[in-house]
Design a protein around this ligand. Structure first.
Ligand code: PXP
Length: 254
C-alpha cells in the first residue's frame, strides 16, 4: 500500500472580516481567526483583498503577513493596484482570480487565454519576488494548457460548479463537472503544475475531492465560517481535517 500524498488545508478567513465590518469595529478579528485556525490544524491562511475592500482590508493583509506562523495566500485580481500591494506585503503565494464589483463571490474561473499577455508578466514579476502564483481556473483543458505555457507554478481548480450542482440535486451536471475536475487535475499535474482546488467545498465534497492524488491543497472558507457559528472555528477545522484525511486514505488504498 503506497503512502497518501500530503493534502494541505488553506482556511479562507474573508468572512470573519465580513462579520467585523458589519458593525464597523475590530471584532471579530481576522488575525485571531487565523491564529485559531493554525492552532487547530490549518496549513495556511487565505485572504482575498477585493478592489472594493468589502471584507479584508489592506491593514489585515499586513498584520496577517507579520503575525501568522504559516503561509499566507493572498487572493487578488491581477490589477496594477493589487500587484503593487502584494509585492509590498510579500506573501508566500498569490492566487489570481477574476473579480467583478457586483458579484457576491468569485464567479467562474480566470480567462487565462484571453488575459495571457497580462498574466504572463505578472506571474514573472511575482516569481522574481519569490512569490508563488496560482491561477484560479475552471477545469478547462485549454485554460490549463495556457497556465502551463505561462509557467504558472500552480493552479486552483474552481469547484463551484460541481458543488452547486450537488446542492441543486442535479446529478447529471454534478457528474459531468466531477469528470472535468478529475481530468483537469490529471492534465495539470502531467504538465508539471501544482494543483489546488476550492470554492463551495463542505465536509462531504472535501472528503470526495481529497481522494484525487494530484491535488495538494484545498482552500475553504464560507462553509467553515458558517459551521463555526454552531460549533466553533477550531472544532470545525478539526472536523474538516478529519474529512480530508478520510478522503485521502482512499488514495493509498486504491
Ligand atoms: N479559493 C478561491 C480562489 C476563492 O475565490 C474562494 C472564495 O473566496 C475560495 C477558495 C473559498 O471558497 P468558499 O468560501 O466558498 O469556501
Amino acid at each position: 500500500m503506497s503512502k497518501s500524498p500530503p493534502l494541505r488545508l488553506g482556511v479562507n478567513i474573508d468572512h470573519i472580516a465580513t462579520l467585523r465590518n458589519a458593525r464597523g469595529g475590530r471584532h471579530p478579528d481576522p488575525l485571531r481567526a487565523a491564529r485559531t485556525a493554525i492552532e487547530a490544524g490549518a496549513d495556511g491562511i487565505t485572504a482575498h483583498l477585493r478592489e472594493d475592500r468589502r471584507h479584508i482590508r489592506d491593514a489585515d493583509m499586513e498584520r496577517l503577513k507579520a503575525e501568522i506562523t504559516k503561509p499566507l495566500n493572498f487572493e487578488m485580481a491581477a490589477t496594477p493596484e493589487m500587484i503593487r500591494i502584494a509585492l509590498g506585503v510579500r506573501p508566500h503565494a498569490v492566487c489570481l482570480v477574476p473579480e467583478r464589483r457586483e458579484e457576491l463571490t468569485t464567479e467562474g474561473g480566470l480567462d487565462v487565454i484571453g488575459l495571457r499577455d497580462h498574466l504572463g508578466p505578472a506571474i514573472a514579476k511575482f516569481s522574481d519576488a519569490g512569490i508563488r502564483t496560482s491561477l484560479f481556473i475552471a477545469p478547462d483543458p485549454a485554460q490549463i494548457d495556457m497556465a502551463a505555457k505561462l509557467k504558472s507554478p500552480a493552479i486552483e481548480i474552481h469547484t463551484g460548479a460541481w458543488c452547486d450542482a450537488l446542492t441543486d440535486g442535479d446529478t447529471a451536471k454534478a457528474s459531468a463537472e466531477w469528470k472535468r475536475i478529475v481530468a483537469g487535475a490529471a492534465l495539470a499535474r502531467s504538465a508539471g503544475i501544482e494543483v489546488h482546488a476550492g470554492h463551495g467545498l463542505d465536509y462531504e465534497t472535501a472528503e470526495t475531492i481529497a481522494a484525487l492524488p494530484q491535488i495538494v491543497e484545498l482552500n475553504i472558507g464560507f462553509f467553515m465560517i458558517g459551521e463555526a457559528v454552531f460549533v466553533g472555528l477550531a472544532e470545525t477545522i478539526r472536523t474538516m481535517r478529519a474529512a480530508m484525511e478520510r478522503g485521502r486514505a482512499k488514495v493509498a488504498a486504491a
